[in-house]
Design a protein around this ligand. Structure first.
Ligand code: GUN
Length: 293
């Protein structure tokens, strides 16, 4: 069997067109959607991500501002800066790029963001809404995975979804979204015993660990849908996912590549969330995520 490739780049391009149309409608009504990205310190990977986020906003006709603060920025100064963004009516989305340098407390920083501008969906208020299954800003990467599955016509209801990775940014919100959508969900992590025995039960396998090619063909049930959230840099500089793509593509029914799979979806959903924030602020009927519980 050879898996069908889920083309995240193409799906993200469709969403980008939708984002641009919605942004144009807002501009006609006098509001230019704006995303403020805050980066603290000079982690090279974070800088690349931040630049890509800002570029995607510009392409869709949004304003974007990248605020680069020094690594030794005191916590109170960062929080005061976020409060000024909260109060700025031209800013509809605020994103603080993670991880933050020590000794900054990421949780305290996230809680200082107005939940109505928290386009990452990391604030307790948005996390709580996701737990309940109410519309809110949902974290962009797992929300992008849900959109991808929807676009591919993969109905997750009744499926056994196995997620490898329990991060706050991907694994845990992914589990909640899938549970809300009617899947039976198992979350695996570094302490899971006999991981391959669990992953082999998956109809839908989501890998979000950050370990190059750790999911081999022997860990995948024939015909499973495999979503690879990992982005790992190999010693030769190339990018690869958490899934051994060549081997698993022979077993799975569908698979996402790296690059060109989940990555572009994350950015498309970030722009979508920012546009939605602007729609709400402008009092235009906001297309909210479907209530999924
Ligand atoms: N670092 C890695 N992924 C993300 C993300 O989705 N949002 C933010 N703010 N930082 C990240």
């Amino acid at each position: 069997m050879n898996a069908r490739i889920i083309d995240g780049k193409a799906i993200a391009a469709d969403i980008a067109i939708e984002n641009a149309l919605r942004a144009a409608r807002l501009r006609d009504a006098g509001t230019v959607p704006g995303l403020a990205v805050v980066i603290v310190g000079d982690d090279p990977a974070s800088k690349v991500y931040v630049r890509n986020k800002a570029l995607a906003c510009e392409k869709a006709g949004l304003n974007s501002w990248v605020h680069a603060l020094p690594a030794n920025t005191p916590q109170e100064r960062l929080i005061a800066f976020l409060r000024s963004l909260n109060a700025d009516p031209t800013v509809h989305g605020i994103l603080v790029q993670l991880p933050l340098p020590r000794p900054l407390d990421a949780r305290a920083v996230i809680e200082a963001i107005d939940p109505a501008k928290d386009v990452d969906g990391f604030h307790y208020q948005n996390v709580g809404a996701l737990v309940v299954g109410d519309p809110a800003f949902y974290p962009c990467t797992p929300w992008g995975v849900m959109k991808m599955l929807e676009h591919e016509g993969v109905g997750v209801e009744g499926m056994h979804a196995v997620i490898v990775g329990r991060s706050t940014i991907v694994g845990k919100p992914m589990a909640l979204m899938l549970v809300n959508a009617g899947a039976t969900v198992t979350v695996c992590h570094s302490k899971t015993r006999d991981l391959p025995a669990v992953t082999r039960q998956a109809d839908l396998l989501v890998a979000a660990v950050g370990k190059a090619r750790m999911i081999g063909a022997d860990m995948v049930k024939p015909g499973a849908v495999v979503i690879d959230v990992g982005i790992n840099r190999l010693p030769d500089g190339k990018l690869c996912g958490d899934v051994d793509y060549e081997a698993v593509a022979k077993v799975a029914s569908r698979i996402t590549p790296v690059p060109g799979g989940v990555g572009p979806m994350t950015i498309a959903m970030l722009v979508a969330n920012t546009v939605r924030g602007a729609e709400k602020a402008a009092g235009l009927a906001a297309p909210m995520p479907t209530r999924i519980a």
